[in-house]
Design a protein around this ligand. Structure first.
Ligand code: M6R
Length: 614
């Protein structure tokens, strides 16, 4: 979704930092890009529809290169089609200000009418332009940019991460404000930066300040002043960022997705190993979070998440109910918010999110809190809104995930769910020390099994199968029990990056309707592991095969492999842990199919990495 970057430097030359910053946040998904700088008292704007390269072409004249202050934006269209005109930055009619905005001004139509009646001509169809026009009018009064921003924000309803530049009496000014979408600021001795994503500033510093809702920050070279909406200074903690610029490179891989798939054994180790206490048969979670005392009071869990994170949440339901014997409900975060949910006392809402900035998940977790639940989060980004708003957090240590299709974050979320389920079961006494020890040893041993799945012979086998199936008419991914959500995830991955039609189904549900679609053009991918539903999945495969479907069996269940004919063998593990292994071949299968079809794997059409609007 939209990315924001801003910089002010005492020695000038912010353009490079802006472009570098925009390139780093490119992965979030966008359809146009733009920058505005102030040089010699003049605001200069360049913006182009399409990829960053289009913008870079129009910057080749070098006119913006020496500017000491500027803002940049990658836009993911919401109000108004993707076009040069609708791209950010936007300016006011008198050209006194340029702004970049993420979020939505909900009353923009009303404001637009009022401003049009005052004789203002709008050049774009966006909601954001109203803010540029409002600030522009305020600046006419000769007030500072920060006050013009505050006064203008009083007139809007909605959500924003906003960056603005204007020429003030003492030179160029850079101000930003936040309500809703993420925004952070950072300073170095001779510069200051703002960004919607921590990756945008890590080339300059590893110390950042995450702005809170209602904050307005004034950036000068070497200093940042954070104030509240009334202009009173507020103190915000300086956070250290663990990620380094090196974490965001391709490192020789053709795509981030493939790189991230291969990082999974290390991610599992970082997320799980230090927390596993094999001697006690328990899990240690930092800072005494998820304590016995707290978990003994949890009578129900409400999972809230979207997309891939929701699939991890569905696996968490099987794990928590199966191991800790605590009932779990799972909702799409976007549905939970508007269905009038009823939460019983003792509910722990469990928000699962890679980015920690997904608007639907944040909204659902806030509602759960209002309804009396405590909020726990499984989250990958330190300092993210979800992490800061949750009462307790279990961080996944997947590192920056740049590929839009989530891979390593998913297996890390499932590993975190195993840890949480064991911790809950140990805290409430429903899981014996022996069972916990076996599970935790199994989790520890997954690393080498994951490495095997990523070895060249296995990869080549999966690539060959991808070739066979790349022209299928459609796909069904089938699983049962703890591997049912894996089927959903396998189908989501394939459709996201290859644009092929794929559906994930509970294998036992096929006969109730979807089986009508089976014919020799359809590929049926079944996911199975030895366990209490394994034979049932095998007979579900028989049912689709006997109707002419082409079956591909993934997992460690011999019987299913035999029936299917084609298979990807996965090393055996405890059934509860099998989703972590079974997911990896499905990720590779999707990757190779998308590659064979020539798709833009890391930036699939229409998708944004972090969906910060409803
Ligand atoms: O950052 P989050 O985990 O909250 O994101 C949730 C979904 O938007 C995300 O998982 C999405 O489904 C991915 N594109 C899946 O690959």
């Amino acid at each position: 979704m939209c990315g924001i970057i801003g910089a002010i430097r005492s020695d000038g030359g912010v353009l490079n930092a802006l472009i570098e910053g925009l390139r780093v946040v490119e992965y979030r998904g966008y359809d146009s890009a733009g920058v505005a700088v102030i040089d010699g008292g003049q605001i200069l704007v360049r913006k182009k529809q399409g990829r960053l390269e289009n913008l870079e072409k129009v910057l080749e004249d070098g006119a913006l290169e020496q500017a000491p202050v500027g803002i940049g934006h990658t836009r993911w269209a919401t109000h108004g089609e993707p076009s040069d005109r609708n791209s950010h930055p936007h300016q006011g009619a008198a050209g006194r200000v340029a702004i970049v905005h993420n979020g939505i001004f909900e009353n923009y139509l009303e404001l637009r009418e009022q401003l049009t009646a005052q004789g203002i001509t709008f050049v774009s169809e966006t909601d954001s332009e109203v803010m540029a026009q409002l600030i522009d009018l305020e600046l006419q009064e000769g007030i500072s940019l920060e006050n013009a921003v505050r006064r203008s924000l009083r007139r809007v309803e909605g959500y924003y991460a906003l960056g603005a530049i204007a020429e003030g009496p003492d030179g160029a000014e850079l101000v930003c404000a936040r309500k809703g979408p993420p925004l952070l600021v950072a300073s170095t001795p001779d510069a200051a930066y703002l960004a919607s994503d921590v990756l945008g500033v890590i080339p300059h510093t590893d110390r950042v300040v995450y702005l809170e809702d209602g904050d307005v920050a004034i950036l000068k070279p070497g200093s940042i002043q954070v104030t509240d909406f009334e202009g009173h200074p507020v103190q915000r903690e300086v956070a250290k960022v663990d990620w380094t610029p090196g974490d965001t490179g391709l490192g020789g891989w053709p795509h981030y997705m493939l790189k991230e798939i291969h990082e999974q054994p290390d991610v599992l180790a970082r997320t799980a190993l230090d927390r596993i206490d094999l001697e006690r048969g328990d899990v240690n979670i930092e800072g005494g979070q998820f304590s016995d005392e707290f978990l003994q009071g949890v009578s129900r869990v409400q999972v809230l998440a979207c997309g891939t994170a929701l699939h991890a949440g569905m696996i968490a339901k099987y794990l928590i109910e199966g191991l800790a014997k605590v009932p779990v409900d799972v909702d799409y975060a976007s549905e939970f918010r508007y269905r009038g949910p009823i939460l019983v006392p003792g509910t722990m809402a469990l928000a699962i999110s890679q980015s920690g900035e997904t608007a639907d998940t944040l909204g659902a977790a806030r509602l759960a809190k209002e309804l009396g639940a405590s909020v726990a989060a499984i989250c990958n980004v330190t300092g993210s809104t979800q992490m800061r708003e949750a009462d307790q957090v279990l961080l996944t240590h997947a590192g920056p995930e740049i590929g839009v299709a989530s891979t390593k974050a998913f297996t890390a979320q499932v590993a975190a769910a195993v840890l949480l389920a064991v911790r809950m079961g140990r805290a409430n006494g429903n899981l014996s020390v022996q069972e916990a020890k076996e599970l935790l040893a199994g989790l520890r041993d997954l690393r080498t099994k994951m490495e095997h799945l990523l070895s060249e012979p296995v990869r080549e086998h999966i690539r060959a199968l991808a070739k066979v199936h790349a022209r299928a008419k459609g796909f069904f991914f089938l699983g049962r029990g703890v591997n049912f959500p894996v089927a959903l995830e396998g189908a989501l991955k394939l459709k996201e990056i290859s644009y092929m039609h794929a559906e994930g189904y509970a294998a036992g549900e096929m006969k109730h309707g979807p089986i009508a679609l089976i014919d020799p053009g359809m590929t049926i991918v079944s996911i199975n592991a030895p366990g209490h539903v394994a034979d049932k999945v095998r007979s579900n495969i028989e049912q689709v095969k006997s109707r002419g479907g082409v079956a591909l069996s993934v997992g460690s269940h011999e019987g299913s492999h035999k029936i299917a004919g084609q298979c990807i063998e996965v090393p055996e593990t405890i059934e509860w842990l099998s989703p972590i292994l079974n997911t990896i071949p499905l990720q590779l299968f999707s990757y190779y199919i998308a590659d064979l079809r020539g798709c833009d794997i890391d930036k699939p059409r229409n998708l944004a990495k972090s969906v910060t609007v409803e």
